[in-house]
Write a protein that binds this ligand. Sequence first.
Ligand SMILES: [Zn+2]
Length: 630
Amino acid sequence: MKRLFLSLLAGVALMVSAFGQVPAPLEMTSAPGTPNLTKELSRKIGGKAFAKKTAELPAYAREQAYLLTVTPKGYKVEANTETGYFYALQTLKQMETCGTVYDYPRFQYRGFMMDVSRHFRDKDFILKQLEALASLKINQFHMHLTDDAGWRLQIDKYPLLTRQAAWRVGETWQDWCDQGRQYSQECAPEARGGYLTKADIREILDRAAQLHINVIPEIEMPGHSREVVFAYPEVGCREGSYELCPGKEATFELLEGVLEEVIELFPSPYIHVGGDEADKSHWKECPDCQARMKAEGLANVEELQSYLIKRIERFINARGRQLLGWDEILEGGLSPNATVMSWRGTQGGLEAIQQGHDAVMTPGRYCYLDKVQDAPIYEPEGWGGFLSLDVAHSYEPMEGMPEEAQMHLLGVQGNLWAERIPTNEHYEYMMYPRIAAIAEVGWSQPSRKDNFRERVTRWNDNLIAAGYHAFDLHKEYGERPAYKNGVKHLALGKPVKYNKLWNRGYPAARETTLTDGICGGWSYGDGRWQGFLTDIDVVIDLESVQPVHYVGGTFLCEPGPGIYLPKSVEVWLSSDGENFEQVATIPNEIQEPCQSYVLFGTPINAQARYVRFVAHPTRGFHFLDEVVVN
Ligand SMILES: [Zn+2]
């Protein structure tokens, strides 16, 4: 009878959606009973049965796979490695029913990048984040350790990097920029900043290893290196240049000395060397750079950067490690064994993969967590746009990738740059819960990603209860209402003549943008906002003389990426398209630029066929999505 009862129970076990789990597991069944999550009944690591079950999987998935069974009496785990066992325990913590979970990751690499340069984050903060990342089965922690705003890693051979270049004048990154980007000295009264000692790093590495997380150090070169040139001016081209000089041997001596200690400290198979956004203009005039280009037969400064990266790659490879860099390392020729981290869209990653290299996808559109996550009018200032939880979760890394190339796609990573994030609380707020979306993109099969919002809300609530300052999903405002609903008005579908054209980087729907009834969302880059670097001057043809009662347009203001409100807006009317009469001037009444969406609109009482809408620029970009006429 008892046996029959058990088999009946087995009969009602159901394949269920990823109930209560982030990231969603591959296969999950549930069974009745109250789960006992504390008693381990058995643990088989490296057993024959599980090895057979997973024999067909790629090596990385075999290593991370597990089988977890939870009953009212306790739980059992089977795995091929300690890592698989560890992931079973992460799943166990989120189990809400009895049942079985068979699981392995979709991608081998699931990363998070922390920027500890722009604002220093200390060891305790980092250790706290590792715990949350591990619960999401994230297995790569990329530390952006060096940048203009501060060098954050103890290097014994070059002590000025931390005695001087880790300290600055200015509490926040913005203060530092506003005050002329000056450095200071350790212990000086005005000094702000800090660095991680080697002892700190060892503690981080020890805990990360227990959490089955690899820590990837990033030492930026040759751009984003102002702090290095400040501490050791002999590695710059000349006074006033802030990139490293690839012409001078002193540069390689310093970089190799630094990397020697980095490699000794970090066991990571990958060493990240940055490689992004170098301003190469000084190299064109520097005699050392020119001599190097001549001696090495380099045609341009892109090839000179490539020379530096290739030489550093040889150094890293000779010590048994792999070079990882941002997608700019493709320019001027990619180093032979390099792995590319694709951030400027996915093109760099695809290109690297087509050349037979490995790539990690981290496109800004889906993976840059420094963008605001909710209505910018209610959010602390972000950096360049809007990225909702749902959009991050919708990312499909395989899109556009030929099947034979997919083996080179290592995985995905979320990046959290910190220019606008002075405090630890704000950093956590930007990190969670969006990193959970990225973790699921990296771990879960697309078919298992449903019910994410319900699952992640529970996960996030638990995180908040555990003392993390995560964004509260219960208070989410959501997308801009006009974006969802659009707008109907008198000029809908009417032709627009541009006296000045839009900026070609932000055409939106070109000539139809301003009268198509489609409104922009919280992101200037969503293809619905039209961008202008000049004044805006357009004429809408209503196609017949009509009463006009109102004209207005909404402008976006986002100082981070340099988007501002116009000084003023003018409305002109005409019956014949030749003789215009100005009927209104609308001044900008918001003095301090802040993240906002400001309507420049005015009541009018006139008859007209042509409506001329003019906006006078202040600085930077102006973005407009619709000119509403009623
Ligand atoms: Zn130079």
